[in-house]
Ligand binder design. Structure first.
Ligand code: UDP
Ligand code: MG
Length: 310
């Protein structure tokens, strides 16, 4: 009998969890000859999420939970879930029903009958999302796909259905700064993509503010590309070239026309611009250095406070 683990990262999801559980079990009940494990990862919620999970556990022994000591972020929750999952197949789902459980059957079929190793999902629309957010998301995918050697699929969700083999490969990547979409693309394998229209969250609110998303985007870029470093070197080179041309022009002007360069305003502008670019480049180097710093410390990715997994 096949066992499927469903990992659900939860942060302040007391309102959506009961709805999610009901909808999920409606679909999982129609599976034959399969066993399920529902692995809820409580990522340091401040509301009653943990109590709600424990209530579900009372009537359903398939419910497993891991509760963190504080909020470690969705990436940490995903990692913990993958690490503790025991199924032959594993899938990741948001607690807000934005990842439709109705796709589970199709995903399972693709992996067991069609020779795929994993099934990914992508949203074709971003309906219901603020326009600015969609715009920046589009920009992000354009930039990261130019810079990184791996392909990041635009609109890809974390809703992925994987064989054990794929899970083990993702777990073998032990890095601290985790960008799951990149890690998934890094491990490769034979992936089928399923598309669906964006669904609005059933209850509660999104946990991603604009700035949180921005810093997540930066994380993705620094984790999978070193192009910004090359870019800052190139800009430096370009500026050397420009200044060399200017030096020659000024020398010739002074010697031939006897006309000493006048005007400090232009000088001030140049100083501002060049020092701005220097600081910008330093910032880029700093980004990579800070990531290295965190990697070197080897801090745990998450800390468990409570769990029913023995
Ligand atoms: N989440 C989490 N830790 C966090 C933020 C979010 O575990 O720090 C979970 C959240 O409970 C949800 C999923 O990650 O199950 C996706 O979050 P959300 O729906 O807020 O993101 P969006 O769909 O708006 O991108
Ligand atoms: Mg959501």
């Amino acid at each position: 009998m096949d066992k499927i683990s469903i990992i659900v990262p939860c942060y302040n999801e007391e309102k959506s969890l009961p709805l999610f559980y009901e909808e999920l079990t409606k679909h999982t009940n129609s599976f034959e000859n399969t066993e399920f494990e529902f692995l809820f990862v409580n990522d340091g919620s401040r509301d009653n999420t943990l109590t709600v999970i424990k209530d579900l556990l009372k009537n359903d022994s398939r419910v497993k939970y891991i509760s963190f000591s504080r909020n470690f972020g969705k990436e940490a929750a995903i990692y913990a879930g993958l690490e503790k999952s025991t199924g032959d197949f594993v899938t990741l789902m948001d607690a807000d029903l934005q990842d439709p459980p109705s796709l589970l059957k199709e995903m399972y079929k693709s992996v067991t009958e069609e020779n795929y190793d994993a099934v990914g999902t992508r949203r074709t629309t971003r309906k219901g999302e603020p326009i600015i957010r969609s715009f920046f998301a589009k920009m992000f995918y354009k930039i990261i796909n130019k810079m990184a050697k791996l392909e990041m699929v635009d609109g890809a969700r974390d809703y992925i259905f994987m064989k054990r083999m794929v899970v083990d490969s993702i777990l073998s990547l032990k890095e601290y700064n985790r960008y799951s979409k990149g890690l998934f693309s890094f491990v490769g394998f034979n992936v089928k993509w399923i598309e669906y229209e964006n669904v609005k969250r059933v209850a509660g609110e999104t946990k991603w503010s604009f700035w949180k998303l921005m810093s997540y985007a930066l994380e993705g870029i620094t984790a999978f590309s070193t192009t910004p470093l090359i870019l800052s070197s190139l800009i430096g080179l370009l500026f050397c070239l420009v200044s060399f041309i200017f030096i020659v022009i000024i020398i010739i002007k002074t010697l031939v026309l006897g006309d000493p360069t006048s005007g400090w305003p232009s000088l001030v502008c140049i100083i501002f611009m060049v020092s701005g670019i220097q600081l910008f480049s330093l910032g880029i180097i700093g980004q990579y250095l800070s990531k290295t710093y965190l990697e070197v410390k080897k801090r745990p990715i998450y800390i468990v406070k409570d769990t029913n997994i023995v």
